[in-house]
Design a protein around this ligand. Sequence first.
Ligand code: UDP
Length: 328
Amino acid sequence: MKILITGGAGYVGSATLRHLVGAGHSVVAYDNLKEGHRGAVEGFCELVEADILDGDTLEKTLRDFRPDAVMHFAAATYVGESVEKPEYHYRNNIAGTQSVLDAMRACDVSRLVFSSTCATYGLATDEFLSEETPQVPASPYARTKLAVEWMIRDFSHAHGLGFTILRYFNASGASPDGQHGEDHRPETHLIPLVLQVALGQRKELAIFGTDYPTPDGTCIRDYVHTSDLASAHQLAVEATESGKGDVFNIGTGNGASVMEIIEACRAVSGNEIPTRIEPRRPGDPPRLVAVPKKLKETLGWDPQYASISDVVETAYRWHRDHPDGYPD
Ligand code: UDP
């Protein structure tokens, strides 16, 4: 297949892009490089450096490349930032997605894979979250993603768009060959921050809240390796048919608390990890853990990383060998 990947230079976008190229698909990355890295794409495919809100460039790219499908990763993703700057998230995520859907319609591209998030379940109280769990977003970021899910369904109903919505749990880890890993600037995600402390690149880790209703009082997340996310995207794009739509969780079904992540990083690195306790971070739900059954049963997803220590081990090697991330 020919696939256009918005946000192709980002963490999950570039992991997926590499996986698709390896599986024989033809790919073009579309990224404004605000968050993404040229080095994450270079040597794999063409990169169009432009914004999704630039509808003219988006249409020209679609007309030139004539893809069978679009994978839409490009978005603002920091929960904390969305509380401070909701306008940035609404513009990028909602107006940005409308721009992508409009360009697709104008160019007769009728298949879409969309990056949604477990954060749309937010304050849902189910211990394990299935695709049927009611969505109760707890942050502006999560609300934009839920709104886009509805936008996609409405476009499908009115215009025959075929779609697969993937609700990711916490993307994590690095490629086993050590060439692809997490590089956010500034970094806000837990595993990279803990590893940077373990490697002496940061002084200590701030733990955001120890008074959550969880066994050790810290938040629980379902950390899913980017290689497994990438294979799920391949299955999703190959299964997406014009005029039809579906939604899948991508998670492991296992939860790890902030304390358990710190312990896994300590064990992998052999180093102490100094911490300090801070108040809760606004917008953080206490527990988000997937039921990944539907993805496995419907699309045959076969994740390779079951334990958090395996995930952390790959991330550790990436951060140790690339202390400054990608070269750009
Ligand atoms: N977290 C933390 N300290 C940090 C960064 C994150 O305690 O410096 C916690 C955060 O409150 C959340 C969990 O780690 O409960 C995972 O956060 P992350 O930003 O990695 O992913 P999110 O779940 O927000 O997408």
